[in-house]
Design a protein around this ligand. Sequence first.
Ligand SMILES: NC(=O)c1ccc[n+]([C@@H]2O[C@H](COP(=O)([O-])OP(=O)(O)OC[C@H]3O[C@@H](n4cnc5c(N)ncnc54)[C@H](OP(=O)(O)O)[C@@H]3O)[C@@H](O)[C@H]2O)c1
Length: 335
Amino acid sequence: MEFRRLGKSGLQVSALSFGAWVTFGQQLNVDEALAIMTAAYDRGCNFFDNAEVYARGRAETIMGEALQKAGWRRDSYTVSSKVFGGSIENPSPIQRGLSRKHIYEACYQAIDRLQCDYLDLYFCHRPDRETPIEETVRAMTELILRGDVLYWGTSEWSATEIMEAYAVARQYDLIPPTMEQPQYNMFARYRFEVEYDRLYHEDTVGMGTTIWSPLASGLLTGKYNNGIPEDTRVNLPGYEWLKAMVESEEGQQRIAKVQELAKIADELGTSMPKLALAWCLKNPHVSTVITGASKVSQVEENFEALELVPQLTDDVMETIEAVLDNKEERLYGAS
Ligand SMILES: NC(=O)c1ccc[n+]([C@@H]2O[C@H](COP(=O)([O-])OP(=O)(O)OC[C@H]3O[C@@H](n4cnc5c(N)ncnc54)[C@H](OP(=O)(O)O)[C@@H]3O)[C@@H](O)[C@H]2O)c1
């Protein structure tokens, strides 16, 4: 396993990590979750991602029970939660968002469900435009000073919002965010590659990243190239939006590109999931790629992606770029 510093922090995260979205609570029970986490841990994974909103808290409960059963040393892995959406159906305004109250309560609830004494990483899952950023930065700083959280970060905040959090922290001597959790994959690139670009430099924010949906929810595995297989998240109740996305005109255009990319994978003697993950790993601003899996065999395959990275030469990257044809270099609005 390769380890990468999380931005300019001293924390070395495994370049491939594992998250619980969709799978824990809807596709996997505790023992199945444990088997998958064990497959990842045995391959060097040291970061397990979660959120209060995943299966309305059940994903954290399952991960907590799996961690208890695994019995791994607490200092051998990191675990996260994310606050914003609430952990119950129809949360009231004080049961969601980024107010000090909800940030505190969601943190302690996550610690209970995950059965750990503290969260290594704690993310603001989305920006909360009804709460002043200063209140959120103060609450996160207080949690860190209390020892309940080690590093805090954002998820899907704009570059401007991240800069504002950073500036507020610097102005009031608070602790700035360390990392952002954005979507990044062959089909979702603009924000990661262009909008955030100046935030990666150590003389600005020095931001680390824990990227999500590296396989675009499975689309980039090629599993939808000839129709939708039965045992996949696209068929789960509550994920009709994903099925609609796959079946849409845009989804079909993407599938046509995956069919082309699969030929490149073939030529390299590898698989489409490994090619798509290695492509993410190739970007030096990615601290860790959070993978997802509903089966142990998927973890076994995905964690081999690191070995492919050296094969992604400039020529191969250019061939991939020609198929994707979606690279943007200019910030929208910039002249
Ligand atoms: N911050 C955020 O807003 C946010 C949002 C989304 C996700 N996340 C985080 O990122 C993590 C990863 O996201 P994701 O689960 O969407 O990642 P993904 O890699 O895009 O999709 C994972 C899914 O693809 C399928 N798959 C994976 N490997 C495969 C393989 N080798 N062969 C065939 N199918 C394979 C599996 O679904 P099936 O077997 O069901 O087809 C698996 O559950 C989440 O668990 C979560 O921790 C964060």
